[in-house]
Design a binder for this molecule. Structure first.
Ligand code: MRU
Length: 382
């Protein structure tokens, strides 16, 4: 995507060919800055602190973290340590585990002297694959929006509703949920997006609004609790969100608050679509509500709100009485029965095991072990 006429991905190899650079998402939308990450530990800190975030981008960053670890020391001990440190950064987005498993499996079979080059090549390839995959998700989802547009009265706008940020900032480029929206807008469909602010970290208000605005897609930020009202009043034609982990049976884990929007959409007969690339599917789990580990983050994200003051300074203010107990659940699970369809790089399918297997027949042989996902609630490391 372009920022002030310059094409950007969210993560790229620095000019020195050793470090990586990323867009600092903790400063958006008020400041656009990039950060250089030169060590595996710096990548782990960037994932944990959400300098980079969004399931596909977390996976790509994890791959680069493994590569930087191999540049530091290509030993078996470092391989194991890098895997453990990076995996512990954020527990819910399965793309991270997917990328780390991929890198570890490839590197473990190589002599140490060959690991650095192989890791850099694979991390770069994962990034390129993510761009192609997300672009394909856009192609898969576009006909759904075209069909909705055709059913509207002549001249009427298509209204989408999205939660959190599942755009290009959450991936390497294009996004998942926003990819079909960009494609629809670019193809001339008059589309407008209701953007949930997405407390506590406001990824909708800050990041999705930033992206859509830069691309020229009409949008309106709403308080998280407004969605049900808009859906009830016929002001939403379809909902579309991303996901951090989708289980074999089609349950969808995404940013906290997604489930409530799915309930409202279901109650009002509004389609609820979920867009995802293949590394977001956890084939080892078949009950998302029971088994997906739900990240709990720092209570400060709920008790305080960050933003720009009228003096132009980035600051944080308290919104609860001092000493109030606060809980910060990062994600929730929308059961498959509330999901109209999954939109993937291979096409669209029902949110069910049969649906997913129709697109990924190579997965037919794997038998899930129900409790492979570990504990239900997990705190982010650090
Ligand atoms: O906590 P975040 O900002 O990493 O959460 C991101 C989301 O929940 C996205 O909706 C999800 O990763 C899908 S991104 C394409």
């Amino acid at each position: 995507m372009n920022i002030d006429g310059k094409p950007y991905r969210t993560i790229w190899l620095a000019a020195d060919g050793r470090a990586v650079e990323v867009i600092d998402q903790t400063r958006l939308p008020h400041a656009f800055a990039t950060v250089r990450l030169a060590t595996m530990t710096q990548v782990a800190d960037a994932i944990r602190g959400m300098t980079v975030r969004g399931a596909p981008l977390i996976g790509a960053a994890g791959a680069w973290g493994m590569a930087l670890a191999m540049a530091e020391q290509p030993s078996d001990a470092m391989l194991a340590r890098a895997y453990d440190v990076l995996l512990a950064t954020r527990p819910t987005a399965v793309n991270l585990r997917w990328a780390l498993d991929d890198l570890r499996a490839r590197l473990a079979t190589l002599p140490p002297a060959e690991r650095r080059a192989a890791a850099y090549a694979r991390a770069a390839e994962i990034c390129d694959e993510d761009v192609a995959t997300c672009r394909a998700i856009g192609s898969s989802g576009l006909p759904l929006i075209e069909a909705i547009a055709r059913r509207k009265p002549a001249g009427a706008r298509v209204n989408a509703l999205t939660h959190c940020n599942a755009g290009w900032l959450a991936t390497v480029d294009w996004g998942t949920a926003l990819a079909p929206i960009y494609r629809a807008h670019d193809s001339g469909i008059d589309i407008h997006v209701w953007v949930d602010e997405t407390r506590p970290r406001n990824q909708g208000a800050g990041l999705t609004a930033f992206e859509l605005g830069r691309h020229g897609v009409p949008h309106t930020v709403i308080a998280d609790n407004a969605g049900g009202h808009l859906i009830q009043r016929g002001m939403v034609d379809f909902c579309i969100v991303g996901t951090d982990r989708t289980t074999r049976n089609g349950d969808v884990c995404n940013k906290i608050g997604t489930y409530l929007k799915a309930l409202a959409a279901h109650d009002n007969g509004v389609p609820f679509y979920v867009a995802l690339p293949y590394p977001t599917i956890d084939w080892t789990l078949d009950d998302g509500v029971r088994d997906i580990p739900i990240e709990q983050r720092d209570p400060l994200e709920v008790s305080h709100v960050s933003g720009r003051t009228s003096a132009g300074r980035l600051d944080s203010v308290a919104v609860v009485p001092d000493g109030t107990p606060v809980a910060n659940y990062g994600f929730d699970v929308t059961p498959a029965r509330l999901v109209t369809a999954l939109i993937t790089e291979r096409g669209i399918c029902p949110a069910s095991e049969a649906g997913l297997l129709s697109l990924y027949p190579e997965r037919r042989t794997h038998q899930p072990s129900p409790r492979e996902g570990g504990e239900k609630v997990a705190r982010s490391a650090g």
